[in-house]
Structure formats: structure tokens, C-alpha cells
Design a protein around this ligand. Structure first.
Ligand code: HEM
Length: 198
């Protein structure tokens, strides 16, 4: 059996391989392959982000073996999300450089999110946590919520896109992201304080 520490990375590589494989299989042309790969690799990264984002809150709300296991390995889940989004980055670089160049200004919001994702990944170790003190928590809290915001904007805009083909994922995942925020805030405001973070 796969060592539990490696499990998040195995899930990530599996989901991303399915996303890219399906894009190459279904896309009728090169530009379609690239667009679908960018779209589906982002979709593959979403569950990994939600696990990382909600690990502590879920444990506080419902302390059990499963939520404890997630919170104890949240560092691996966070690094696995960084890996998944690196695969999204690779797919979208193909999309942008080969098929659909975009103005630099339109990339700023997403680029800043990547800055946060890689800063969080680089500081996901005990030595950085000790050295940064309270700034570690600030960086990771701001970084996670900014990443959440980019996901929400991406799916929120799809929910009301002029092309109805975008509506399903937007109307499914934007409410899911709002629910995730509510779950994060819930224990903070005194409800569900049944277990302390591990
Ligand atoms: C400069 C950085 C980025 C660029 C250029 C970019 C580019 C793209 C492209 C080309 C697509 C496919 C568009 C389509 O379906 O029409 C896409 C989809 C998406 N991206 Fe990115 N992206 C970036 C960063 C990010 C980040 C940081 C996040 C999340 C934090 C993110 C989340 C998404 C989501 C949620 C989708 C839609 C997936 C779906 O349809 O289910 N992207 N992105």
C-alpha cells in the first residue's frame, strides 16, 4: 500500500494525468487540447485545494479518525495542491505561448496567486515555521484566502458567462467555494469548538 505521506501526491498525479489524458483524447485540434488541458487541470486541483483549505476546520467541527488523518497530513495536501497547480501552470503556458497570447496585465491576478502558492510551498517546513514566527501564519492565511478568491472569481464569472456552456461548472463550484468559506469561518465564531487543532 502507498505510504500515507505519499498518498496526496499519488492522488494529485492521478487526477492531473486523467485531466491531461482526457483533454488530449477529446480535443479535436491542438488549441482545443491546450484549452481543455488548462481547464481540466484547474478542476483537478480544486479538491486538493479544498482539502488543504478546510483541514483544520473540518477536524474542529467533526473530530474523527478521517478528519484527524487529513489535518495531520495537511502539509502534504498543501504541497500536493502546489504540484497540481504547477501542472495547471504547465498546461496554460502551452495554451498562452503557442495558441492564445494574452496581455500581461490580464495575467497579474493569477500570477500573484502563483507567487503565494510557491511561497507557501517553500515555507511548508518546520524550520521556516520557526524562523517566521507569527508571519508564517499570516502568509499562509492570506495566501490560502487569496487562492480561494481566484478560484471563486474563476467559477463565479463562469456561472454568469455569456456562453451557457460554462454555466454548469460555475454554478456547481462557485457555491461550493462559498460553502468552504462558511466552514472556515464557522469554528472561528464559536460554533463547533469541539476539538483543538492537532
Ligand atoms: C496567470 C495565471 C493563470 C492563467 C493565465 C490561467 C489560465 C487559464 C486558462 C487558459 C483556463 C481555461 C479557460 C477556459 O476554460 O476557457 C483556466 C481555467 C481555470 N483556472 Fe487558471 N490560470 C491562471 C491561474 C489560475 C489560478 C492561480 C487559479 C486558482 C487559484 C486558477 C483557476 C482556474 C479555474 C478554476 C479554471 C476553470 C476550470 C474549469 O472550467 O473547471 N487559474 N485558467
Amino acid at each position: 500500500m502507498v505510504d500515507r505521506l505519499y498518498f496526496p501526491f499519488v492522488v494529485t498525479l492521478g487526477l492531473s494525468a486523467v485531466a491531461i489524458g482526457a483533454a488530449l483524447w477529446i480535443g479535436p485540434t491542438g488549441p482545443d487540447d491546450a484549452l481543455l488541458a488548462a481547464r481540466w487541470t484547474a478542476r483537478a486541483a480544486l479538491p486538493l485545494f479544498l482539502i488543504t483549505y478546510l483541514a483544520s476546520s473540518l477536524y474542529r467541527l467533526a473530530p474523527n479518525a478521517a478528519t484527524r488523518g487529513i489535518v495531520q497530513r495537511r502539509r502534504q495536501w498543501g504541497l500536493a495542491f502546489a504540484l497540481a497547480h504547477s501542472i495547471h501552470l504547465a498546461a496554460l503556458l502551452v495554451n498562452i505561448t503557442l495558441y492564445r497570447p494574452r496581455p500581461l496585465a490580464s495575467l497579474a491576478g493569477g500570477a500573484l496567486a502563483y507567487g503565494f502558492i510557491y511561497l507557501m510551498a517553500l515555507t511548508s517546513n518546520d524550520a521556516a515555521q520557526r524562523a517566521m514566527g507569527r508571519w508564517w501564519k499570516r502568509l499562509h492565511s492570506v495566501g490560502l484566502h487569496y487562492t480561494w478568491l481566484i478560484f471563486l472569481i474563476s467559477y463565479g464569472s463562469r456561472a454568469f458567462h455569456e456562453d451557457p456552456a460554462y454555466h454548469i461548472e460555475g454554478r456547481l463550484f462557485a457555491p461550493l467555494l462559498l460553502a468552504a468559506l462558511a466552514i472556515r469561518l464557522w469554528p472561528k465564531y464559536g460554533i463547533g469548538q469541539r476539538a483543538q487543532p492537532v
